[in-house]
Write a protein that binds this ligand. Structure first.
Ligand SMILES: *Cc1c(COP(=O)(O)O)cnc(C)c1O
Length: 360
């Protein structure tokens, strides 16, 4: 069996070791006589799996005690609405950075609940850079500050953390969580859908400082109240048990590799190989400002877009898929999450080199 090289932005490549382990445990999880999928979420086997996953995530990201870790559903998109409902706490406005497609969606959803102050924007240059720290215009009355720390579609990544003072900072880390060390204390809340860099779709991770819990607006459904989930240890209702199990295997895989610092080293190595090629190419181009380039998602264009289909077909023949850019952006995009082997990127670079020689 040969595994395909999958550059999908999500759901995305997972470590082969994790998939093999899940396969070997599919029918009988460690002598329990059942699959994880068949277990009661309140039984001792699954409770153990969930506690271990949380402990490993806490260890990997060095999450302080005063932060709750929640395993939720609904994707990052549900967080766009849960945030204002829980974090406004009587205030009337929130600060948002407008730096790409995912920021725009978060802003749109928040506008139903509060006034959105755009504290920074890169719309003037078609979302090809992260704003400079000196350009941020915070509103002292804001309930929280929200930004998308890696814009999956535009390929823009903040290599720094904004300073929002005493106002809680909230980050959508869906597409780069666990790919770099992060100082959790700088944030009030971090959220991420699992299907980019963690595991299967269906699981959303929320890391929230406990003093921010308990302020949900009157009438908030229980399922949308962080405190309800925190008090119940993410077992208020049936959590996405199998997705949590796979995420747990991924956390252990990251620990075995050397932790988040090693994930960062590999991300720099992978993306560096592709950016080095792009910078020396006269045929392929990436439009993002150099210092803000994403190490996870690399959009690029061909000098002649009429060759796009032929580029994609040639890649597929060599076992490389999902290189087509997002429908809103066009062009190409290579997503290279933690589980992408360096050899996958090297094969892509070799192919691009040959394609350029043939067509440029
Ligand atoms: C994929 C993605 C989302 C949306 O995730 P869903 O799980 O589909 O809701 C939100 N934000 C970012 C940064 C993403 O990459």
């Amino acid at each position: 069996m040969e595994r395909i090289i999958n550059f999908s932005a999500g759901p995305a490549v997972l470590p082969e070791e994790v998939l093999a382990q899940a396969a070997s445990e599919m029918l009988d999880w460690r002598g329990s006589g059942m699959s994880v999928m068949e277990m009661s979420h309140r039984g001792k086997e699954f409770t153990g799996i969930c506690e271990q996953a949380e402990a490993d995530l806490r260890e990997l990201l060095v999450i302080p005690k005063e932060y709750a870790v929640l395993f939720l559903q609904g994707g990052a998109s549900q967080q766009f609405g849960m945030l204002p409902v829980n974090l406004l706490r009587g205030k009337k406005s929130a600060d948002y950075f407008n730096t790409g497609e995912w920021s725009k969606k978060a802003i749109k959803e928040a506008k139903a609940f509060c006034k959105v102050n755009v504290a920074a924007s890169s719309e003037d240059a078609n979302f090809t850079y992260a704003p400079d720290a000196s350009a941020l215009k915070f509103d002292a009355q804001a309930a929280y500050v929200h930004y998308t720390s890696n814009e999956t579609i535009g390929g823009v990544e903040y290599q720094w953390v904004p300073d929002s003072g005493d106002v809680p900072l909230v980050a959508d880390m869906s597409s780069h969580i666990l790919s770099r060390p992060v100082e959790v204390r700088r944030f009030g809340l971090i959220y991420a859908g699992a299907q980019k860099n963690i595991g299967p779709a269906g699981l959303t991770i929320v890391i929230v400082r406990e003093d921010l819990l308990g302020g949900a607006a009157a009438g908030t459904p229980s399922m949308l109240d962080y405190k309800v989930h925190a008090d119940a240890g993410s077992m208020f209702n049936t959590p996405p048990t199998y997705a949590i199990y796979i995420a747990g295997l991924v956390f252990q895989w990251i620990k075995r590799q050397g932790g988040v610092a090693e994930m960062q080293r590999r991300a720099l190595e992978r993306s560096g190989a592709l950016y080095d090629f792009l910078d020396n190419s006269r045929f392929f181009k990436n439009f993002v400002r150099k210092q803000d380039r994403s190490r996870m998602n690399v959009p690029f264009t061909l000098a002649d877009s009429k060759l796009d289909d032929s580029f994609l077909a040639g890649a597929r023949q060599l076992g490389m898929i999902e290189l087509k850019g997002h429908r809103s952006a066009g062009g190409m995009r290579a997503s290279m999450y933690n589980a992408m082997p360096l050899a996958g990127v090297q094969r892509l670079v070799t192919y691009m080199h040959e394609f350029e020689a043939k067509h440029a």
